[in-house]
Structures are given as C-alpha cells and as structure tokens.
Design a protein around this ligand. Structure first.
Ligand SMILES: Cc1cc2nc3c(=O)[nH]c(=O)nc-3n(C[C@H](O)[C@H](O)[C@H](O)COP(=O)(O)O)c2cc1C
Length: 171
C-alpha cells in the first residue's frame, strides 16, 4: 500500500502513471490540400451516445492541431494488431504522405466527405467538429460521429510505452 502524503507529482511520474492505462491506438486522418495528413493518437475517447460524440486530445504544437481547426472534419482509424508500423510511422515528425505506403504499408481511400480513411483498420469514425476546448498544452477536439465502418480483427494495444496484442478473455 502506497500512501500519498503530498501532491508534488513530476511530469515523468504523471506520464508513467498514465502509461499504466492501456489503450488502443488510432490514426487521426485529415485532408490537407488534397493530401492525407495522419497522426498517431491514443487520447481518443467516447463522450456521448445521444448525440454520438467522441474526443481526441491533440498537442498544440502538432501540425494536426492546425489542420483540425482549419478543416473541421477528420477521421479516426482504430488500428488492428498488424498495423504497428503505421502507428510508428505516423508518430514520426519527419514523415511524408508519399512514403507512407512504402515504409509502413499505409493505404487510404476517401469517404464521400473527402476524409482520408485508412485501409484495413478495425474501425473508422467519420467526425465533424462540434466543440474545441483549450486544455493546457493540448486541445480537446470534440466531434460528432457521422458514420462508422467496422471490421473483424484484433486491436493493436499500447501500454507502458510498448505495443501489445490482446490476450485471451478472462472468464
Ligand atoms: C502510441 C502513441 C500515441 C500518441 N497519442 C497522441 C495523442 O493522443 N495526441 C497527440 O497530440 N499526440 C500523440 N502522439 C504523438 C504524435 O503522434 C506525434 O507527436 C506526431 O509526430 C504529431 O504529428 P503532427 O505534428 O504531424 O501533427 C502519440 C504517439 C504515439 C506513439
């Protein structure tokens, strides 16, 4: 049993504690001047059922931050376990759209709204921006879900800074 005696949490401790919260991994996709811009994100959460709302938290210094503000429409692609290379690729600062297929096997189609959608992802959410909330060094983008595409398969997981595959269900 650990007793917390004072609230002097360092950023490293905060990151480590948050890392114990296992998540899936998504690629946020947005059209940028007719090219696909993607960003790896795990700060993705369901917010409301009626209306159907989700949120994603994006660093204010990320290029994606400006693109979401400008476009007000984006996709959330939930990665399958075989898509780790895509997660790694879209977390790299120096990536380009041209090399995404060659380096990570990422291929995209377009929805009727023109939003890029990643091939073979486990789920796709077509999102229209609803509310923007400043939150420290990140911004919370809350969006209405206009469409969903779902596929069979197993998810890619992220826990304590490492990628994992899902295990057997508990009884
Ligand atoms: C597993 C994982 C999850 C991430 N989740 C987020 C996130 O939720 N929000 C965020 O702003 N950055 C997140 N990042 C970091 C961005 O993917 C990274 O900074 C990216 O290069 C930003 O791209 P951009 O500048 O083109 O927008 C995550 C990185 C990894 C590896």
């Amino acid at each position: 049993m650990v007793t917390i005696t004072e609230m002097s949490v360092t950023q490293a401790e905060f990151r480590k504690a948050m890392g114990s919260f296992a998540t899936g991994v998504t690629i946020i996709t947005v059209d940028f001047e007719d090219e696909v811009h993607g960003m790896t994100a795990n700060a993705f959460t369901s917010v409301s059922l009626d209306p159907m709302l989700v949120l994603v938290c994006v660093d204010r210094s990320a290029r994606t931050h400006a693109h979401l503000h400008a476009k007000k429409r984006f996709g959330v692609n939930v990665l399958a376990e075989h898509q780790r290379a895509i997660s790694e690729y879209y977390a790299r600062p120096e990536r380009t759209h041209e090399r995404a297929e060659q380096e990570a096997g990422a291929r995209f189609a377009r929805t009727a709204h023109g939003t890029p959608v990643l091939n073979d992802a486990l789920a796709y959410f077509e999102c229209r921006l609803h509310t923007v909330q400043d939150a420290g060094d990140h911004t919370i983008f809350i969006a209405e879900v206009e469409d969903v595409v779902l596929r069979e398969g197993q998810p890619l997981l992220f826990h304590r800074g490492k990628y994992h595959e899902i295990g057997d269900p508990l009884n």
